[in-house]
Ligand binder design. Structure first.
Ligand code: BYC
Ligand code: FE
Ligand code: FE
Length: 473
């Protein structure tokens, strides 16, 4: 039975009635020490004994679900929380729209559901692995705390998916839960499943781009899965979304603060030379945007996808805000126009809606990213800079889908491999950029102090002042 009351005293805090489910509880209690071993080995390096001012989920009420306090990361209370629902849930999309949602996995959908849950679950520990060194070079205690907040919550998101595997998929679910702790980001032999989660994230410009662009894929995927006819998955993803908004805030405001500071340094320098003032040049920020945005676009899968069509038809995955934004939840009629390359030229193909579901989600994502770009460009304008940032075309620098086998410039025009290679140093983050950025990343640890290359945020966390001791070192 799913209740809104959370059992906080249990070994694994939860609102899924683990106390009355001894088999699953024991299986998860066996997984817990393995998770902690993974955290020791692959989580943030070195800050285990430090008190961090973290929020912990303690309830599932939409108001006041979190508690803020000093916690040592290994002692964080990773729990299992599903958003409660009052009414009897129904299937939101596809052929069975309106029929009762499933509380158990239908046999014919078992393989597809397990794959979706494993893919989602795999990204969570992957991101923690990618970010594990960043604590050492945090530009402030405020930023260090935000990094660790994101890390412990990604750990909790792993718990959310592992619970579904243990509860609903028997022995193969338990095996998948083990495998989630065994793959490693960037490892040649046992990499993480999706591309972007094997890319190095070794300085804070990449961290903010990652939380801006890659966590934002997470938002849209979770929203699509929150429409799932498999009710435990839908509820699980709904609750994950409440935590996710902070990750997106960290990325979007982190980049905004860098942009603001760079604009100040540009004004300050007699030649407008940001680098001479120890800041991050706009071209470099643009290259980082191009790099992480394009890798994140790949996470939506192929523009034309029979997997996506099957999953929509079966009611496993919906569109972003399906209920409030769409009238027709079956999507059997209509098409989406998608540019394709034929004989080196772009033409438009009409793709049946169900096969275009990945692209529909990607377009919503792009619109959200465009909104952030407009906001950053207003910061540039206000600061008196003439530079403007932009998003590259969805076709630029892709490794999945229709545009993976053809090169494009950032405007989306087809170009040759040679043309791409001749100009990629202008367009994408380069080893020299990473070396310069790494040289800038010296830790700043006095309360209220910030590195020279980033502006302070407009306010602190949970109404604390900026000079609050967010991490006790
Ligand atoms: N890298 O029909 P296609 C998050 C594979 S992020 C490598 O085009 P489909 C988070 C695909 O698996 C959100 N492989 O795509 C963020 C398939 O393989 P097979 C994570 C890729 O299946 C930050 C083949 O290419 N959640 O939460 O419609 C921090 C052709 O597939 C990639 C989810 O992803 C790639 N980028 O859609 C922490 C939700 N893209 O069958 C956390 C669950 C595609 O040939 N996943 N492939 O072996 C899904 O819904 C789908 O798996 C995808 C792919 C949307 C990812
Ligand atoms: Fe997550
Ligand atoms: Fe996240």
């Amino acid at each position: 039975m799913l209740t809104s009351s959370v059992d906080l005293n249990a070994k694994i805090p939860n609102n899924v009635g683990l106390a009355d489910d001894p088999k699953v509880r024991r299986a998860l209690e066996r997984w817990q020490p393995r998770f902690l071993n993974w955290w020791h080995e692959m989580g943030p390096t070195d800050f285990e004994p430090n008190d961090v001012y973290l929020r912990t989920a303690v309830s599932v009420d939409s108001s006041g679900w979190a508690n803020y306090d000093y916690v040592r990361m290994p002692e964080y209370r990773w729990g299992i929380f599903l958003t409660p629902r009052d009414a009897t849930p129904t299937i939101h999309v596809g052929d069975a729209t309106g029929q009762p949602a499933w509380t158990e996995v239908p046999g014919e959908l078992r393989t597809a559901l397990r794959r979706i849950i494993v893919t989602q679950g795999d990204t969570e520990p992957a991101s923690v692995e990618q970010q594990r060194m960043l604590g050492h070079t945090a530009p402030s205690l405020y930023d260090m705390r935000n990094l660790f907040q994101v890390n412990v919550e990604e750990g909790r998101h792993l718990w959310a998916m592992v619970y579904l595997l243990h509860k609903h998929f028997g022995r193969d679910g338990r095996e998948e839960a083990e495998a989630l702790l065994e793959r490693r980001s960037g490892d040649a032999d046992r990499p993480r499943i999706l591309g972007a989660f094997n890319e190095p994230c070794d300085h804070w410009l990449s961290f903010f781009c990652f939380t801006m662009f890659t966590d934002r894929d997470g938002k849209y995927q979770l929203a699509a899965l929150a429409e799932s006819g498999f009710d435990p998955l839908a509820r699980s993803c709904s609750f994950m979304l409440t935590e996710e908004s902070h990750h997106l805030f960290v990325g979007e405001t982190g980049l905004e603060r860098i942009i603001k500071r760079s604009a100040e340094l540009e004004q300050l320098d007699p030649n407008g030379d940001i680098r001479a003032q120890g800041g991050i040049e706009f071209d470099m920020i643009q290259r980082a945007i191009n790099y992480w945005y394009s890798h994140s676009l790949d996470l939506f899968g192929g523009e034309v996808s029979s997997n996506a069509a099957d999953w929509f038809a079966a009611g496993l995955k919906g569109r972003y805000r399906e209920g409030s934004r769409f009238e027709d939840h079956r999507a059997l009629e209509g098409t989406l126009s998608i540019p394709v390359v034929e004989d080196g030229r772009l033409t438009v193909r009409e793709v049946p809606l169900r096969n275009a579901m990945n692209q529909i989600l990607r377009d919503d994502y792009t619109a959200d990213c465009e909104r952030a770009l407009r906001r950053w460009n207003r910061v540039l304008e206000t600061a008196g800079s003439s530079f403007r940032l932009s998003l590259p075309s969805q076709r630029f620098h892709r490794h999945q889908g229709l545009y993976a086998d053809q090169d494009f410039d950032p405007e989306g025009n087809p170009i040759t491999r040679e043309q791409f290679e001749a100009r990629q140093a202008e367009w994408l983050l380069q080893p020299e950029d990473n070396a310069y950025l790494s040289s800038l990343m010296v830790p700043v640890r006095g309360p209220g102090q910030f590195a020279n290359w980033i502006a302070p945020p407009s306010r602190g966390i949970n109404q604390q002042p900026l000079d609050f001791e967010y991490v006790r070192l």
